[in-house]
Design a protein around this ligand. Sequence first.
Ligand code: GLY
Length: 301
Amino acid sequence: MISLIIHGGAWDIPDELVEAHKLGVSKALNIGWEILSNGGSAVDAVEKVINYLEDDITFDAGRGSHLNADGEVELDASIMNGSTFRCGSVAAVKNIKNPISLCRKIMDESEHIFLVGSGAEKFAIQHGISICSQDDLRIEREILKWKSIQGKNGFSTKDAFKFHTPAGTVGAVALDSSGNICAGTSTGGTFNKHPGRVGDSPLIGCGTYADTSIGGVSTTGWGEAMIKVVMAKTVIDLMEFNNGDPQAAAEKGIKILKEKADGFGGVIALNNRGEFGVAYNTPKMARAYINSQMNSPKILI
Ligand code: GLY
């Protein structure tokens, strides 16, 4: 069995953006599926899927991400290999085009797990990952949106979700032909966030978790709430004790998120049999999945 599930954010995706989201997750899924079908690793599939989504300005990850209160892009990401328990995370990086690849580099080549800001960028340079400029990450759509709220007081990151501001964090979970599970997540975080704010996506256990003996999870949504309920590991733990049912675990996870933290967002889960779970309490969630028992992928919003 090989299996892949990916997401492109959970929010009130307006009708005019539905096709772009479907196309984005569909193309990214194809990239990952090609890797897994040719015997490639779950880690490679997750990295390359997320690279594609980071480069697609439809999503809040990499280029095209939301700007923070200073008008800058600050990116967070994480990846976890569920077989080795090795992980890599970065937060608040401002000059990295594909943060998930920097996470991969940290996972593979560092004794550390989590690097932030200029230290993460220094590690990138030392390990041959090129640095980009803010102009490579900031796009007109986001600059105009940021300008439109300047001078308005009391605009919180939670308001940004309430007012249907795009919130398309991206993520992927893969099971490869050797039975390894990997999960990863990448985001520009919330619109108008305080500089230095770190959300759930780079936090192992909150935005991302993988344990090959159980499954893998990636989350999207309001990060402050996700952190409070340690969302990704909570869903993994639920799967461990519900006979590995990813759909029931995902649904219970979202229920916990709402009840305990008044949170909102979405979660994708994959178990070690290659079965899927998806749950969200936002109006829509962009996601796509396929496994070797399916004739064709499911692309859903
Ligand atoms: N879930 C992404 C964030 O809140 O940063």
